[in-house]
Design a protein. Structure first.
Lengths: 292, 111
């Protein structure tokens, strides 16, 4: 199978908002390899694929013959043999996501058979609690983890802290509420940063995931504040949130996993901010509604 | 944005990075690999698997030299898509300083 093939078929396009979508694809004539929840693969389209109307015009037109591939965390569980799912944010000046947002059911995409990533439960002790902390589509790996690991009767406590701007950006909200209802050890904490825009008063957490971590919610749900002795923390999404949360966790004596050095902080940055000026950092950060 | 292969790769050339790369953007020299900056999609699959931590994202500071090396030698060296056997003395060179200055070989591999 050549990497240049459009080797998978789009079976569902769920547009949650103008800039958020859930994409389901099915490999055509081959089997998606086994993977571990939290890992990622790439999705690709050729430059000939149309861009969505609301995306910004390309300054430099994409090469029509080149496959444009980008890495996305797999949101579906490896036990799901029926389709592979992704939770995708539109980057309006981006090269691939505007093309993904123009997809229809039946269209073909390239789905890589190379799956990788260390953002998994591999180094989490069986009895450790986990705090799954995300902004935006950083939720995707956690959906895969929860829909896999919760099957068995582990008593570990699991908290999902999901930070977005508004409630309609949450994604998977119903599923996570259901998981919380079905499993007494799951705590779901959606947090929004723009309550004034909500159509009905928002009664859950307001601010950012950092505020939830610093507040009383987890201690109330778990009976005590998480500590590095009993909890592993996963951070996924914007580098700004990750840097802030990592600093908070390190202050509480959590340690970041680094290669062979074990730790309790697991990190997956969705993009990198430049180390240069603050202006450059802002430019590196997508500025669409829905980015945090 | 891209990732770059740096100093530690020279003479070690473990090539663990080639296997997870989804876009086959590594190019092979005699005693080092480089990353094609136009192909790299910043997915971070390669960085953690290098035994000598030779790969960095270009968001880290002070990588200008390596950006140039990776860009230049991408043009001169063939693409490598499958990991090969590491040099028999690879472990001996792990952690040795100043390898690029002393030992870097600009030629493409033979054969």
């Amino acid at each position: 199978m050549s990497a240049s093939d459009l080797n998978a078929v789009v079976t569902l396009v769920n547009r949650i908002s103008p800039w958020l979508m859930v994409l389901q694809v099915v490999p055509d004539g081959w089997t998606f390899p086994e993977f571990i929840p939290g890992q990622y693969t790439t999705v690709g389209l050729f430059g000939t694929a149309p861009r969505r109307d609301l995306a910004e015009r390309e300054v430099t037109p994409a090469d029509p013959y080149k496959l444009i591939q980008r890495a996305y965390c797999i949101a579906s569980s490896p036990v799901n043999k029926e389709f592979v799912e992704f939770f995708i944010h539109l980057v309006p000046h981006g090269v691939l996501s505007p093309r993904l947002f123009a997809l229809k059911i039946g269209d073909r995409v390239n789905l890589s058979d190379r799956i990788t990533g260390a953002f998994t439960f591999h180094d989490v002790p069986d009895d450790a609690n986990v705090a799954l902390i995300a902004t935006g589509t950083g939720l995707a790996p956690y959906v895969s983890m929860l829909s896999t690991h919760l099957r068995f009767g582990s008593q570990r406590r699991v908290a999902v802290l999901h930070g977005v701007r508004n409630s309609w950006d949450l994604g998977y909200r119903s599923i996570l509420m259901t998981m919380q209802h079905l499993r007494s050890n799951v705590t779901y904490v959606p947090v929004i940063s723009r309550p004034a825009d909500e159509p009905v008063p928002w009664r859950r957490a307001i601010g950012h995931v950092q505020d939830v971590w610093n507040g009383p919610v987890l201690a109330q749900a778990w009976g005590s504040r998480p500590t590095p002795e009993d909890t592993h923390a996963f951070l996924c999404g914007s580098p700004h949130m990750i840097d802030d949360m990592a600093a908070l966790l390190v202050d509480e004596d959590f340690r970041e996993c680094a290669g062979d050095v074990p730790g309790q902080i697991h990190v997956e940055r969705y993009w990198f901010a430049s180390p240069a000026s603050a202006t450059q950092r802002k430019q590196a950060t997508p500025s669409l509604p829905g980015h945090y | 944005m891209t990732y770059v292969v740096t100093e530690s790769c020279v003479k070690c050339k473990y090539m663990d990075c080639v296997t997870p790369c989804p876009v086959n953007c590594f190019h092979e020299g005699v005693n080092m690999l480089v990353i094609d900056p136009d192909e790299c999609i910043d997915c971070d699959a390669c960085r953690p698997v290098c035994p000598v931590h030779a790969i960095q994202p270009d968001s880290k500071p002070d990588l200008e030299q390596w950006l140039a090396v990776n860009a230049d030698f991408t043009k001169r060296w063939p693409r490598i898509t499958k990991k090969k056997d590491r040099p028999t003395d690879a472990d001996k060179w792990a952690g040795v300083p100043n390898k690029f200055q002393k030992y870097f070989d600009p030629r493409p591999p033979e054969g």
